[in-house]
Design a protein around this ligand. Structure first.
Ligand SMILES: [Fe+2]
Ligand SMILES: [Fe+2]
Length: 183
């Protein structure tokens, strides 16, 4: 099963109004080909899709370690797979030239930024885009909004994690995917 098939089979487990429209939107966007970042983790075509699946796998591990945190499987899938929806239509590919090992010039893909919809927040933008299609539970909305913890300049995040440990689990899963799986 390739990444897209796996992604779609997880989405098929989510029975919520608007899922079909959300998946149509993804199909029309660059979600399946976008990188996860321009320079750091997942800087290759499909990197965002890979990262989203990695966060799902890490989140399952974190939740196994903390059985106190109980959420429906749908929330695990939605929060992991769509936490970085804000990165859709955000990167652009430029062609650049470099000398290869043999001293010959070769063309390579270089990721730049071309933000078409600046929202003013990272997690908050993912929440906004998702809510255009599906209704999120408070648990999911907080988890996606706070997935960067205080890296996002969010000062209230400690309180959010205290009230909803699932949001903390999503944050840890995002870091585990980024710094362990993808480094
Ligand atoms: Fe993120
Ligand atoms: Fe992420």
């Amino acid at each position: 099963m390739d990444n897209k098939e796996r992604f779609l089979s997880l989405c098929a487990q989510v029975k919520r109004d608007g899922m079909d429209e959300l998946l149509d939107y993804l199909e029309r966007s660059d979600f399946y080909t976008a990188p996860a970042s321009a320079r750091f983790h997942g800087a290759f075509p499909g990197g965002l899709l890979q990262h989203s699946l990695n966060v799902y796998d890490e989140l399952v591990r974190v939740l196994q370690a903390y059985p106190e945190i109980q959420v429906p499987e749908e929330s695990v899938i939605i929060s992991a797979l769509f936490h970085d929806l804000c990165k859709v239509n955000f990167y652009k590919v430029e062609k650049r030239n470099r000398k290869n090992d043999e001293g010959k010039w070769e063309e390579y893909d270089f990721y730049g930024y071309d933000e078409k919809f600046a929202y003013g927040g990272h997690g908050s933008k993912s929440v906004y885009l998702l809510q255009n299609y599906i209704k999120l539970t408070p648990e999911e909305a907080v988890a996606i909004n706070c997935h960067m913890s205080s890296w996002d300049g969010n000062k209230d995040v400690g309180k959010a994690f205290e009230q909803r440990p699932f949001a903390w689990a999503v944050h840890v899963a995002d870091e585990a995917a980024t710094y362990i799986k993808e480094s």
